[in-house]
Ligand binder design. Structure first.
Ligand code: IMP
Length: 492
């Protein structure tokens, strides 16, 4: 803890494609170190899981520091704010008797509307368009509206006339776009669960504006006590020397600017986007902690060089459910000769299904070119999570570099031809899809590590791999997370 106590503002970001355990780490630092926690990016697409005394909590929008309810938890302006989701999460907290009186919601956070969810869903279901494999929560269309200067903000929930006027203007364009799709498909989507089963649907005008205004005004009424100027709160907290924890969402490789575009989300998931979205500047952050899972997962489409089972796995994960997989592979073997089965075994052991969508997460080996790429951007302090999942693997493979085997391609000043070695990932989907990983193999270890309390007592094989990761990335491991519970965390 001494190491952390020298800092005032700490940001937690993911160095991979998300789902590395930010929820647990944020909860840990919120309870041991921080005065307050801010979320600055992403939206309902994120799913942050916290396990306390065997009880699991999943939050999509409320910051993962909320279980420390005496502290401020703020949702910043960079967030894609879905009021229905936050109200649902408040309901969960109410049921558990957990207070959220200190929740703050940025008045200028971006407001998710039903039309964003429809557009997201229809674009993903239309066979003519590139499929990203989004979570269907309206994230892309929301940020398009924001940069297109057509978006609504949370404060509009407090002003009926302004909301109605902005909505009318916004929907004018959405109706034109949706008119180019099959009306039956639009109708079907608008009757799905996330769109309140048709509440917002109007046969003639596609959207029933009155129904939307009325429901969103109810949301506004419920959220009114929490809506405030979070930028000001962030500035004042910084000036008064409060310990501020910034909770990232998704992962560096899913960043709109720095990720494997176009297979990314629509916000900047790096520390830059996180600081800005929380009301701070990147230079206000004293320490950036990058979380890396001991293996890697990815949900949705896009290149993933170290995937167990490659394209076969990608297809399997896109088509099958968790239940299909359990029926076909009731007891997958972590040491199977079939690499896809090893990936399935890790998925099962690590519970790797989307916290938001329930989709199967594709699994792969730890990827050092990716980690070096993220480390280069200034993420020099690491948290390693879920090594416990790999206990019992006889051999741990770590990707040390890629060999490019695609068509000749120019990438700035680099001329890529077959056989070109890549040690730092180039986040260009057209390159990544042709990257063949080179693995270094390490002996694994046996036995549960979740009860181990000190770094010294970790298995020698694991410490050996951690030292290798540090050497290869020029970063330092600060926490090793060895299980789901807050206590299963070793400060190095
Ligand atoms: P969107 O954010 O719903 O637009 O999805 C864009 C891409 O980001 C898809 O590949 C999603 O699977 C991925 N994605 C979005 N949120 C998360 C997350 O919280 N964890 C992992 N992947 C995510």
């Amino acid at each position: 803890m001494d190491f952390f106590n020298q800092f005032k503002t700490i940001a937690i970001v993911c160095t991979q494609w998300g789902d590395t355990g930010k929820g647990k780490i944020v909860d840990l630092l919120a309870s041991t170190w921080a005065d307050m926690t801010f979320r600055g990016t992403g939206g309902r697409n994120a799913g942050h899981t916290i396990v306390i005394n065997g009880q699991t909590y999943v939050f999509h929008l409320i910051p993962s520091g909320i279980l420390n309810s005496e502290k401020i938890n703020a949702i910043g302006k960079g967030v894609a704010f879905d009021p229905a989701c936050v109200i649902e999460e408040m309901g969960i907290l109410d049921k558990e008797g957990i207070s959220y009186v200190k929740l703050a919601i940025a008045l200028n956070a971006k407001l998710v509307l039903p039309c964003h969810v429809v557009l997201d869903t229809i674009r993903e279901s239309d066979s003519g368009e590139v499929k990203i494999g989004t979570t269907g929560r309206g994230i892309g269309p929301l940020y398009i509206d924001h940069v297109g200067r057509k978006g609504l903000i949370v404060n509009d929930l407090l002003n009926k006339d302004i909301f109605a006027e902005k909505l009318r203007e916004n929907l004018r364009e959405k109706r034109r776009i949706l008119a180019t799709y099959n009306p039956e498909l639009v109708k079907k989507i608008m009757h799905q669960e996330p769109l309140e089963k048709g509440l917002y649907y109007d046969e003639k005008h596609t959207f029933d504006e009155e129904a939307i205004v009325s429901r969103y005004m109810e949301y506004g009424e419920r959220l009114k006590p929490f809506i405030t100027d979070v930028d000001k709160l962030a500035r004042e907290s910084l000036a008064s020397g409060k310990r501020i924890l910034l909770e990232g969402a998704q992962g560096h490789l899913l960043s709109i600017d720095d990720g494997t575009y176009p297979f990314v989300t629509s916000s900047d998931t790096t520390v830059h986007g996180l600081a800005k979205g929380s009301g701070l500047r990147e230079r206000d952050v004293d320490l950036v902690l990058g979380i890396a899972k001991f293996y890697i997962t990815r949900v949705g489409g896009g290149p993933f060089p170290t995937e167990f089972g490659g394209e076969k796995s990608e297809k399997w994960c896109a088509e099958k459910t968790w239940e299909d997989e359990r029926a076909r592979y009731p007891s997958p073997d972590l040491n199977s000769a079939q690499e896809m089965e090893r990936g399935i075994a890790i998925r099962k052991a690590g519970g790797e299904r989307g916290a938001t969508t329930g989709r199967l997460r594709r699994t792969g080996r730890l990827d050092l070119p990716v980690l070096r790429y993220v480390a280069q951007s200034g993420v020099k302090d690491l948290i390693i999570t879920k090594a416990d999942v790999c206990a019992g693997m006889r051999e741990i493979e770590i990707c040390t570099e890629y060999i490019y085997d695609g068509p000749n391609m120019r990438y700035g000043q680099d001329e890529l031809t077959a056989g070109y070695k890549i040690t730092v990932a180039k986040p260009e989907a057209e390159i990544m899809r042709y990257c063949r990983p080179v693995y270094q193999k390490f002996p694994g270890w046996e036995g549960d590590i979740s009860k181990i309390k000190t770094f010294t007592d970790l298995p020698a094989e694991l410490k050996n791999i951690l030292a290798f990761i540090e050497k290869e990335t020029d970063a330092k491991v600060r926490i090793v997370s060895t299980g789901q519970e807050r206590e299963a965390s070793i400060f190095v």
